[in-house]
Design a protein around this ligand. Structure first.
Ligand code: CP
Length: 350
């Protein structure tokens, strides 16, 4: 069996945010993902990580992420090990350590480093106390102490594997992304949701030189750091980045639309002293008309509909769009999670 050159190309590195990599390096990952997708479809074996172990710590639930990592690691000849934090001693940040009651992230990361080849973590929302940035800090703490690559399976700031899967799906349908209008829009949902997906979407699409429009009602601003990075990307990679407060205006002439719920941040720390779930829900309730319907898609340039999943039916999007819209990429994005994750594991894991 011939081992492709990309196997081990980024050996030992962490994968926490797409912004940590240039467009050229992201393209290398996507090319590897395309190769693995082709081989998966033709049932060509890809045992590039024999005997390797991935530890997956899920502080939150998952359908796509857990199952695509587990299946992907098996297809690469290795094993993915599922861990819920309560089955460990709840890996904890230094400032929250209760003597004799918990185990520090620094210890957990170093112990797991002796057993396997990468640690993947998902943490946002309640386990991160709905404090924006806290989930990301947990993953950074793992990366600081881990002696093997740390992979971000979604925190409260970024969802980098979703961004990779989405840009793979986008370039499969439109090989030249530069100059295409990509809309990342707020969509209504009743519950609190992290900023990770919209932030990672504006980052990856500006990194590919697209004309990116971020649409949301007032009060749903993304973090300043993500906005600055998206603006910098647009300048560096020759695209544009604009923010509007009108969903319909944003959809006009769009080539891709990505309508997705996230939370109004003035109701959660550090932008608020406490977590006000009721206040957030009442505020979100004012924007129930931010829903994707066939009529709204009619004003686009035959846009591809995108969503990371799970989409809230009847809130973010109608059944008709999810089940019948021909230019939906919803299931391609879900499938591509498998291929991009296999690419990163094959390239990054020692
Ligand atoms: N998009 C995504 O991460 O899906 P899961 O929450 O099902 O893993």
């Amino acid at each position: 069996m011939k081992i492709p050159k990309y196997v081990g190309a980024f050996k030992g590195k962490d994968f926490l945010n797409t912004q940590d990599f240039t467009q050229e390096k992201i393209k290398q990952i996507l090319d590897a993902a395309d190769d693995l997708k082709r081989k998966f479809r033709s049932r060509e074996p890809t045992p590039y990580l024999p005997g390797r172990t991935l530890f997956m710590i899920f502080y939150n639930r998952s359908l796509r992420t857990r199952n695509s990592f587990e299946a992907g690691m098996y297809q690469l000849g290795g094993h993915a090990h599922f861990l819920s934090p309560q089955d460990l001693y709840t890996p904890t940040l230094p400032e929250d350590m209760v003597p004799y009651a918990t185990e520090s992230i620094s210890d957990v990361a170093r112990v797991l480093s002796r057993y396997g080849n990468a640690i993947a973590i998902r943490i946002y929302g309640d386990p991160a106390k709905w404090t924006i940035g806290r989930g990301h800090r947990v993953i950074e703490e793992f990366a600081k102490w881990g002696e093997i690559p740390v992979l971000n399976m979604e925190d409260d700031l970024y969802h980098p594997f979703q961004a990779l899967a989405d840009i793979q799906a986008a370039r499969e349908t439109e090989p030249k992304l530069q100059g295409k209008k990509f809309v990342v829009s707020y969509a209504y949902s009743g519950g609190l949701k992290p900023l990770a997906v919209p932030q990672s979407e504006v980052l990856i699409t500006t990194q590919f030189g697209m004309d990116v429009v971020l649409a949301h009602p007032k009060g749903f601003e993304l973090e300043d750091s993500a906005i600055k990075a998206a603006k910098d990307n647009a300048k560096r990679y020759g695209g544009s980045f604009e923010i509007v407060n009108d969903m319909k205006k944003a959809f006009e002439g769009a080539d891709f639309v990505y309508p997705k719920a996230w939370s109004p941040k003035q109701f959660v720390p550090p932008h608020s002293k406490t977590v006000d779930k009721e206040g957030a829900s009442a505020y979100q309730g004012k924007f129930k008309d931010w829903i994707t319907t066939p009529e709204l898609l009619d004003i686009t340039n035959k846009a591809h509909y995108m969503h990371c999943g799970p989409a809230d039916r009847g809130q973010e999007v109608t059944d008709e769009v999810l089940d019948k819209y021909e230019r939906s990429l919803y299931f391609d994005e879900a499938e591509n999670r498998l291929h991009v994750q296999k690419a990163v594991m094959a390239m990054f894991m020692p």
